[in-house]
Ligand binder design. Structure first.
Ligand SMILES: Nc1nc2c(c(=O)[nH]1)N[C@H]1C(S)=C(S)[C@@H](COP(=O)(O)O)O[C@H]1N2
Ligand SMILES: [Mo]
Length: 325
């Protein structure tokens, strides 16, 4: 019995993203989809040189311990480490949430480089350990709300993305930030799935990326990130549905146009670019009004912007959040 599920989920409640999309894409014509996606997945990745052979993960833990206690600012308990690291969405490995940890445990995350470029004055490819040393690492206790209507409270360590963006100096033509995850089907077996346009990618408007809440996470619970959590570096955007928080980032590109994302490629009518947490706007196939907090029984109401309205609502003044879902 799955101990993270405090109560059985009715199958009528939510079709997981993968099950629905796989059927849907299959019906659309799997052949056309799969050829394109497989070609993309097999293409050599010139932009992000990664490890050629196995290397030990450094034991040096550069992240500080927990400093702010065991609750978020709304008084909710942290989700236990065991749940945070054994119930994961990471389609590069598997669509089975409890399979991600075992399948990714030998995923090698050093050496690792992060290319920061596009419309910036000072493009640079960073070694991930240099990046981590360069910026102030803080602890941030954030709620993570998945579009599938479950949530967690996670004590992350990381640095504000705006520190990095300021360093590379965005040009005035830069309007969006595109985050690209690792493409390496040999190490990420889920990338053989023809239903998605690999690599995983996500994006933010530049002002969203500059907001102080947007974190580049390097650790959680005072330890370096484990592979299943997106090691060595992932973005965390706590007021948006969890899929905006891309894992295993190798490239951060400043661009003029709204970038493509894996989920908006897969189902643009369901997963919009903004994807702010909005309890009053249903997903086409389920309500977003309530959520299941992992480790708790019952359901709790979902909060506007996942409880971060005070910090982020001003970003959307004048924007129709229903049209821009
Ligand atoms: N590269 C990559 N990033 C990803 C995903 C993924 O499949 N691949 N899944 C997303 C989804 S749907 C969620 S809910 C969160 C889950 O983060 P967690 O497993 O650390 O809780 O990661 C997001 N980032
Ligand atoms: Mo998610």
């Amino acid at each position: 019995m799955d101990k993270w599920k405090a109560q059985p989920i009715r199958s009528s409640e939510i079709t997981p993203e993968w099950a629905y999309l796989n059927r849907r894409q299959f019906m659309k014509g799997a052949a056309a989809v799969s050829v394109g996606a497989l070609l993309a997945a097999c293409a050599p990745q010139a932009s992000a040189p990664q490890s050629s052979g196995p290397q030990a993960v450094p034991t040096l833990d550069t992240t500080p311990g927990i400093t702010k206690g065991d609750k978020d600012e709304l008084g909710s308990a942290l989700t236990p480490f065991e749940a945070v690291t054994n119930y994961n969405n990471y389609y590069e490995f598997t669509t089975d949430k409890e399979g991600v940890a075992p399948m990714s445990k030998d995923f090698v995350v050093r050496p690792w480089t992060v290319e920061v470029g596009g419309l910036v004055n000072k493009p640079k490819t960073y070694d991930v350990d240099d990046l981590i040393k360069r910026f102030t690492i803080e602890e941030r206790i954030y709620r993570l709300r998945c579009v599938e209507a479950w949530s967690m409270v996670i004590p992350w360590q990381g640095f504000a993305l705006n520190q990095l963006l300021k360093e590379v100096e965005p040009q005035s033509s830069a309007k969006y930030v595109h985050f690209v995850s690792l493409l390496d089907p040999k190490r990420m077996p889920g990338q053989s799935s023809p239903f998605y346009t690999w690599p995983y990618s996500e994006g933010l408007r530049l002002d969203e990326a500059m907001n102080d809440l947007t974190l580049m996470a390097t650790g959680l619970y005072g330890k370096n990130l484990l592979p299943q959590s997106g090691a060595p570096l992932r973005v965390v955007v706590p007021w948006k549905y969890g899929f905006k928080s891309a894992k295993a980032i190798v490239k951060i590109e400043l661009v003029a146009e709204q970038p493509r994302t894996l989920w908006s490629d897969a189902a643009p009518n369901e997963y919009g670019f903004y994807s702010n947490v909005k309890p009053d706007v249903s997903h086409p196939r389920w309500s977003q009004a309530r959520e299941r907090r992992i480790g708790e029984g019952g359901r709790r109401p979902t909060l506007m912007f996942n409880g971060y309205a005070e910090q982020v609502a001003a970003l959307y003044t004048g924007l129709d959040l229903r049209a821009n879902y």
